[in-house]
Design a binder for this molecule. Structure first.
Ligand code: NAD
Length: 512
């Protein structure tokens, strides 16, 4: 089998959104491209649309003059699949249906030479299952592009049980030569991105189910943590029907593992036709979109009270340093440190503001024997304190502390967002669950730690990858937070990945 694909004539089957994008990228990279679609005229129409796209790129100076015509000249729409017999690589981007894909590959296997590589752009079907029944299942591989194909750098190169390593490697090298960033993945439900991203939606949906906050408040907190879009506005953009369908497919493909359980909140929205932007309403109404978060009034910011005791900063980590830096900017605030403390945060005005460790404020209060407790969410301690930050108050907190705790957060620079006393608040629990899912993916050989980071930053634009977050947290800290959630909710959902637990215990783990 020839594994040098850089000059191979290419057949793209399916001239829809993805197929047209793949044809464009391949032709721009110099391949001769045959484009076929079962719908009569669809391939020619896709090529005509590409002419407009490429012309616009030239007009904007993003493509050299003449490159549009040259690229188009390399794309041939076909009315008959048989006319592509000399293709060295076929990439399938047809309907997401196992039967249709199997039938197509059986046809392609008979048509193309024995040397040809077969690739599927499936986003959710097992590559192993698609290859089953082929005479040479080893030459079939997943080549999972992201939409829009010309702009999104990530390609998941998905190996099924049969896929020959040299075939995956050839597709990996080809993707690189097209200017993409390929990442190897094993064929498991959701591959890398669609699997690891589930908690981003699921944790917010879980908080909404228990009425912990409003959608725009949760969105604001996650955007302050660096995410480009909050989960609610992102689900509105993707469409709740599509998002729910992906969640359901990952859930079912994992034998109904509770960790991936779809949300009642989202299902009801779909049942009610609240699909997001495309239906004019999802979590938000459109065109208005996300309502602004109420500003915290400056008059309600805390200031040190006359004759007050110094503020004691507990902890010796980056968060404690960030709190010190913010306090040092407050006029007439005296500060002390408790570097040996078991918790991170502030002791002030007789109460405690603690960085969440996964326990509710109520549990912390009961365990510490201290009524005036508030917990606050994780933030990026390398940045000045700013933006929306979730906090929760213990039920035992007195009236004065209920007002003082958020006003201290405001004085530090944050916009406090009060959540019900849900464990792990929103950013901490979401990051922990994203890390946890990525850890399990590595444990199961789905991808490497570097692959997971690349996939999540390039495939869904996360500000950082899960293992980059882990590098600034600690495996023991993440496990402790997950264990607290697990103890609170009692179910399968928050079980910590053995990969993380072993790392926390400094035992060997796969891939080390
Ligand atoms: P699409 O509906 O835009 O295009 C599919 C095209 O395939 C249509 O033009 C249809 O006529 C054609 N087609 C259907 N059956 C065919 C067959 N048997 N032979 C030839 N052509 C056939 O769909 P899309 O969004 O481009 O998705 C295509 C594939 O890519 C699916 O497997 C999908 O899961 C996957 N994918 C989609 C996205 C996305 O964001 N849209 C992202 C990654 C992967």
């Amino acid at each position: 089998m020839s594994l040098e694909l850089s000059h191979a004539p290419l057949l793209v089957v399916g001239a829809g959104i993805m197929g047209a994008g793949i044809a464009q990228v391949a032709a721009q990279a110099g391949h001769e491209v045959f484009l076929y679609d079962v719908r009569e005229g669809a391939a020619a129409a896709a090529r005509a649309r590409l002419a407009t796209t490429l012309g616009t790129l030239v007009a904007k100076g993003k493509l050299a003059a003449g490159e549009d015509a040259a690229t188009l000249g390399r794309i041939t729409p076909l009315a008959r699949l048989e006319d592509a017999a000399r293709a060295g690589l076929a990439i399938e981007a047809i309907v997401e249906d196992l039967g249709a894909k199997r039938a197509l590959f059986a046809q392609l296997e008979a048509l193309l030479g024995d040397e040809a590589v077969l690739a599927t752009n499936t986003s959710s079907i097992s590559v192993t299952a698609i290859a089953n029944g082929l005479k040479q299942p080893g030459r079939l591989v997943g080549m999972h592009f992201f939409n829009p194909v010309p702009l999104m750098k990530l390609v998941e190169v998905v190996s099924g049980l049969h896929t020959q390593p040299q075939v995956a490697q050839a597709i990996f090298a080809l993707s690189q030569s097209w200017g993409k960033v390929p990442v190897h993945a094993r064929s498991t439900p959701g591959f890398i991105v669609n699997r690891i991203a589930r908690p981003y939606y699921a944790e917010t949906l879980a908080l909404l189910l228990e009425q912990a906050a409003a959608p725009h408040e949760l969105d604001a907190c996650l955007k302050a943590a660096g995410f480009r879009m909050g989960p609610c506005e992102l689900m509105d953009l993707i469409g709740h029907d599509t998002n729910l369908a992906v969640t359901c497919s990952v859930y079912e493909a994992n034998f109904s593992d509770k960790r991936f359980m779809p949300s009642l909140v989202q299902r009801e929205m779909v049942e009610g036709g609240l699909l997001g932007r495309k239906s004019g309403q999802g979590f938000y109404r459109y065109p208005e979109g996300v309502p602004a978060l109420a500003a915290w009034p400056r008059s309600a910011q805390a200031s040190p009270q006359a004759g007050a005791q110094p503020v004691v900063v507990h902890g010796d980590d980056g968060f404690a340093e960030a709190l010190c830096a913010a306090l040092s900017r407050l006029p007439s605030c005296t500060m002390e440190r408790d570097l040996g403390s078991t918790w991170t945060g502030l002791a002030v005005d007789g109460g405690q503001l603690r960085l969440t460790d996964g326990r509710t404020a109520g549990e912390v209060a009961a365990t510490a024997g201290q009524a005036d407790i508030a917990v606050f969410d994780r933030f990026d301690p390398r940045q000045p304190c700013a933006g929306a930050l979730a906090f929760a108050l213990a039920g035992s907190a007195g009236d004065a502390w209920q007002a003082r705790a958020p006003s201290w957060l405001a004085a530090l620079g944050f916009t406090p967002v009060r959540l019900a006393d849900a464990p792990g608040l929103v950013v901490a629990r979401t990051l922990a669950m994203l890390i946890n899912e990525a850890a399990d993916a590595v444990l199961q050989g789905v991808c490497s730690t570097e692959g997971a980071d690349a996939a999540m930053t390039l495939g869904v634009n996360y500000p950082q990858g899960p293992f980059q977050w882990l590098g600034r947290w600690s495996p023991a800290g993440v496990v402790a937070l997950l264990d607290a959630l697990d103890a609170h909710y009692r179910g399968e959902r928050y079980r910590a990945s053995p990969w993380l637990r072993r790392q926390a215990w400094a035992l060997p783990w796969p891939g080390r």
